[in-house]
Unconditional design. Structure first.
Length: 256
């Protein structure tokens, strides 16, 4: 708990310095919060994973506050599993942001389908997509700002991921998802997949052109972009704390 409080204090302190020297160009974000959290059973049988506690925060509140301090003004949150709990939590806590809830009513739409279902809320603007399973801190500010700068400088970019070497993961059982070469992400050599997706990406709506399915994984978008050598990446140098399993969650609770 002391560590999380220290990170929160640094988050507030760094915000003032960060905002002086860096003007945000991307002010909209989406938080993915519709999942079932099956790997955290039995804790998620009666509570959605984003509402699990870490220190004095929940995974969701930590992510919202992180986005707010980064400079995001508008947030979309997709919900499905135990949606009422998340909606009531947002209404009760008043995060002083423009937050819109997008319900996936009949069935969960997976990561890609969930984003596509909410994409009309972003007009034709680039936006952040963030996973609340990662414990975000101000240490990520400069890296995301650099990723944003590189993304917007190239008007043809459709998607960019913040990735981290698996050696920096708190969960040592996490396998690599990608290779990163010359700022491009690939999966060419299965023996060299040393990078993990941190849980934050920048997307332009053009990345979804041609996709009409309602339910699909974001991996389909990434794979198409990889084929065209259009999936960009930036390496994070932060230690990676991610709530991946029940065992890891219990260990992170003791750490934070």
């Amino acid at each position: 708990m002391r560590l999380l409080k220290k990170l929160q204090w640094l988050l507030i302190k760094d915000q003032f310095i960060f905002n002086i020297y860096n003007k945000n160009m991307i002010t909209k974000a989406m938080i993915l919060a519709a999942g079932f959290g099956k790997r955290i059973h039995p804790l998620t049988l009666e509570r959605p994973k984003p509402l699990l506690g870490i220190g004095d925060e929940t995974l969701l509140s930590n992510t919202i506050k992180f986005l707010k301090l980064f400079g995001v003004k508008n947030v979309v949150i997709n919900v499905h599993y135990l949606e009422k709990q998340i909606i009531e939590y947002i209404e009760k806590n008043k995060f002083q942001l423009d937050i819109k809830i997008v319900k996936e009513k009949e069935k969960i739409l997976d990561t890609g389908g969930g984003i596509l279902n909410a994409i009309k809320n972003f007009s034709n603007e680039s936006f952040l997509v963030i996973n609340p399973d990662t414990i975000w801190s101000s240490n990520y500010f400069k890296e995301i700002k650099l990723m944003e700068k590189m993304f917007l400088e190239n008007k043809r970019k459709k998607c960019s991921l913040l990735v981290v070497n698996k050696k920096k993961s708190f969960d040592k059982f996490m396998k690599g998802d990608f290779s990163l070469e010359n700022s491009l992400i690939n999966r060419n050599n299965k023996n060299k997949l040393n990078y993990i997706y941190t849980g934050v990406q920048i997307i332009h709506p053009d990345a979804f052109k041609g996709f009409t399915d309602k339910v699909f994984s974001m991996n389909l978008i990434w794979n198409k972009l990889i084929e065209n050598k259009e999936l960009h990446g930036l390496e994070s140098h932060n230690n990676f704390f991610h709530v991946s399993t029940l065992d890891i969650y219990n260990k992170l609770k003791k750490k934070f």
